[in-house]
Structures are given as structure tokens and as C-alpha cells.
Design a protein around this ligand. Sequence first.
Ligand SMILES: Nc1ncnc2c1ncn2[C@@H]1O[C@H](COP(=O)(O)OP(=O)(O)OP(=O)(O)O)[C@@H](O)[C@H]1O
Length: 255
Amino acid sequence: MEKYIEMNHVSFYYDKTEALQDVSLTVNEGDFLAIIGPNGSGKSTLMKIILGLLKPMKGDVRLFGKPVEEFRDRACIGYVSQKSNSFNSGFPATVYEVVRSGLAKKTGLFAKYPSDASDQVKEALISVGMQAYSDRPISALSGGQQQRVFIARALISKPKILLLDEPTVGIDQQNMQSFYRMLTHLNKHHGITIILITHDVDAVSKSISHVACLNRTIHFHGYQKEMESLSDEQLEAWYGHPVRRVKHEGGHVHD
Ligand SMILES: Nc1ncnc2c1ncn2[C@@H]1O[C@H](COP(=O)(O)OP(=O)(O)OP(=O)(O)O)[C@@H](O)[C@H]1O
């Protein structure tokens, strides 16, 4: 199994604020990893380091076996930011156009779209269950639907890793389960490695294979099943405030 991301003893400071301390983390091909941590725990910093936007002061990062500073194949990592699904109601683009714009990552901003662009858009929309919405204005969709469209936009450049920052913000509880089912489908049937960043312990659903608990440093990194066996006290100690977990029908621990 190929190692997609390796972080070794990474530390990062903003002036005197130590945002990350001695973080080591490996993400393998096929993983579905949730990185969870409270506000200010360093999640965004970690993500920017993975994306090569920030350079660690200590330690090193390898992407697909290469040092991050030498890694050029940016299309390998699809990134969906937290703010993607906050459109003004007047935004004119259709779902089709938004997804197609993801091809610019491969072709360059001013290049023409390939002749099979519409097939590629269709395929990406099918994979997130949004094919029926192709001609709709993006601004007319719900937050959760927009989030799916942005995932399709990221998928169109055929990334190996999908990095999702707080993807369930703005999605109601009822649509949350189908959102996770869609991610599981991408992970299991399309072979996409997924990293999901969240401050919400709730995100630890049974779709996820691994969990990393971050609070400046990694407090736990292992299989999702192992995390279920941690005591509330252990979880609270790193999370910094009480964590309420309840059992759901599936037998797995949610929140
Ligand atoms: N540009 C910056 N300059 C100075 N300090 C910063 C900067 N960005 C983040 N920090 C600090 O670094 C620490 C980690 O921040 P980071 O944004 O990575 O956390 P986070 O887990 O993503 O938070 P949230 O869940 O609130 O988005 C925090 O103490 C934060 O105040």
C-alpha cells in the first residue's frame, strides 16, 4: 500500500504561537481519515502544510514519496474549503459550469476545455449523486447540495486524495447521513483517499477508517474502532472541554 502523505516531527509557529508541535502522521492509499480537534487546535495549519502553502519550521513532509517542496502534481490533491458553499443568491453560474471550472486545474486557466468536458462533468456529478442538478444555478441549491457540487468540482481533475475542510458545516442532521454515505462510496468504489478535517466529534461516523485527534500535537491516531474504546475522560483531556458521546443504532459511537 502506497504512503500518500508522511509528516515527520513537524512543528510550526506563527511568531511566538506554536500551532503544531512535533506532529507525525501517515496517510496511506485508501484511508478515510478524520482529523478532529477543537477550535484553534492547528487543523487549518496542518492542512496548509499538506497543501504546501506553509513550510514547517521543523520536521519534513512527503507527498506520494516526494518532499513536499518538490511535489508538482497538484491535481493529485483535490481540496474543498469550508467556505465553498456560501454563495450569494445572485451568483450566476450553473452547477455544470462550476464543476467544469475544476478542469482548469489540469488545463490551465486560459486553455480551452477538452472536447469530452461535458462527459467528465457528468461523470463527476454522478459520483456525488447530483447529475439531475446540472443546469440549475448553483446559488439555488442547499448548503449540502452545493458542498456535493464542490466535491464534484474537485473530483473532475481525478485526484488521489480528497481533502475536505469542515464539509458538514451547514448540512442538517437528516442530510448528514447521506452525505457520509456519498463519501464512503467515493472512498470504497472510486478508490479516493479522503481526509476530513473537523472540530466536530460528531464527524466520527462509521464511514471513517481512521481518526487523528489534534490539539497542537497528535493525541491519538488509529483506527476509528480503537477510538470508540477510549474513555470520555481521555477524550476530554485532549479536547479541552466535555465531550458527550451517545450510542447510535448501528452500535457505533457518534455524539
Ligand atoms: N496567521 C496567523 N497568525 C498568528 N497566529 C495564527 C495565525 N493563524 C492561526 N494562528 C494561531 O495558530 C493556532 C492554530 O490555528 P489554526 O487556524 O490552525 O487552528 P484550527 O484548528 O484550524 O482552528 P478553527 O477550528 O477555529 O478553524 C491558533 O492559536 C491560532 O490563533
